[in-house]
Design a protein around this ligand. Sequence first.
Ligand code: SF4
Length: 708
Amino acid sequence: MHQARTTCPYCGVGCGVRADIEDGRLTGVEGDGDHPANYGRLCVKGSALAETLGHHGRLTQPRVDGVEVDWDTALDAVAERIQAVREDAGDHAVAAYLSGQLLTEDYYVANKLFKGFLGTPHLDTNSRLCMASAVAAYKRSLGADAVPCSYEDLEEAELVVLVGSNLAWNHPVLYQRLRTAKSRNPLMRVVVIDPRVTDSCEIADLYLGLAPGSDARLFNGLLGWMADKGKLDDIYLEHHTEGLDAALAAAREDDCRIEAIAADCDVDAERLETFFYWFASQLHVVTLYSQGINQSSSGTDKCNAIINCHLAGGKIGLPGAGPFSITGQPNAMGGREVGGLANQLAAHMDYHTPGAIDRVTRFWTTETLVPSLPEAPGHKAVELFEAIERGEVQALWVMATNPAVSLPDANRVRAALEKCPLVIVSECMADTDLLPYADIVLPASSWSEKDGTVTNSERRISRQRGMLPPPGEARHDWWIVSAVARRLGYGEAFAYDHPAEIFAEHARLSGFENRPDAPDSRVFDISALAELDRSGYDALAPIQWPVTAESPRGTARLFEDGCFATPSGLAKLIPVRPRGPEQALSEARPLRLNTGRVRDQWHTMTRTGRAPRLMNHRAEPFIEITPEDAAALGVGDQQLARLTGAGGEYRARLRLTKSQRRGEVFVPMHWTDRFSGAARMGSLLAAHLDPLSGQPESKHGAVALEAL
Ligand code: SF4
């Protein structure tokens, strides 16, 4: 038996895992005591990893038009059909939809092929559903998509504010670290701001059960209150920021008295003032936010309302301080690094980053090939499927995700897929809701088989290591994309034999021609890792970017010098005008729908659904509702009920809970037609987007409930 060190494939905490390998099988896992994300801890999902493996149910053979074929036939078909669409309808008729489950090397190669050589900007990722609003807000305010904090900051803070985050269920090891830190520091306070009373409230000193969607009003109110009470950090504001007056003026368009804010947010005024006082009087404050903030039609503004308060109080760039967006997926950050969002080009550069198109073109040029980069951003997730519906996009390659389940208005997405002339799906599992729409199916390798890197929520790059051979004919995603690129005539730019070569190229691009007039790329720079050879890559220890000649051991905290990534070096306070959810309640749909994860499941359960002990926690889909609302509707606990929403219905048993606000229901996101033909969350939601980030409003549906 030997032990291999790798990284958990589930949430954005990015825990280090030690895996026992015996006779070609993975027989057990434990937390890696040396990994700085978890120091040996694992949550229940991570500790069950060994139980989720096995070849049963895996996709093992390529298929073209429903017929099993060999790889050469499948890859030829992919290349020929993509080329035919390009010739017939233009480069922009080709698109890709990727995933935060991919490794950074997979992401890099796919981004390079589609944006660099196929010349289409339409490559987006399911990370759009997770943290796109946080990205847009960091860029607006700090000048770069750069999370300023480390996990250690949570432990060093005097006040931790969890807003729109059920850390206990969704990032359990980070929650364990916070709970331990709180038990060691009796002065530490935790505030939970969430419409639902979640398990994270177990360590809360204060809970604010605000009305869904009122977060921006609350943080705008905090900014106004701090100004009124003389609690702004005037020196920090003067030297390191701009835009205070405009942000304050916007906040003051609403009544900034405590009673008025409390009424708008539907929280107790005394508790609200206590929170404001705690926030304003502590320097070491971390506000940690997640999908409860981001998945909103005003998610970017909500994030900026939070960041404004940190800038106004000088609570950033210090140990135990900062606005900390935590990602849902294991490699949402890695996707952002390579440019895997449709509004990005490559290496954290946007299309409008000065000189970026020329730089990337020069970098990707080979002896005989000159890439042809698009000049403007492509369609973001939901928009991409609308473009398919309109017939503008005619070829789609989906990798490691299931838009037929996870996107809002999922039935419309299915109709678009049905209509799309060419759908290629790279997938690990043989039976998913997406595969019936695929013309070409490509079997991909999975966790424990793939080799590469991921980046967690604190910018820490870790190795995921291949320990077992993939089953049947399954291949790594980077290999599949490179093989197609070669068939399309771009072999010289995709001559990779190992992910180490891809990582080195990615690292080189992050520092290529770095100049002060390209501020976005100044922050994301891992060029000091570009010289890693294969053995150095194999041995790469977890490290936080930037990693440069000046910071070869990585960087725990950003903006400590008060110099931000904007052209002026000043952070910007952004005027925020709070807006309510776009999905309006009505007589026909009077209940506010909230959606989210359950503790022991991951996404569409293709992996976690294989472990019986993980299914024990919540064995079937459900609808949570208060006893009062249930009584008013004449329904009872465990009764079967139907929710009707914008794009369809959802049937499940009721769970009565006092953790829910009146007038609201909660459903989990995990169940699909595979597991339950009637409980797909995505069919209830309308596709309303944040206008800046393109992130869908997945937390604020409008539904009706009736007994079955
Ligand atoms: Fe895996 Fe997240 Fe659990 Fe860590 S906290 S073991 S990364 S699921």
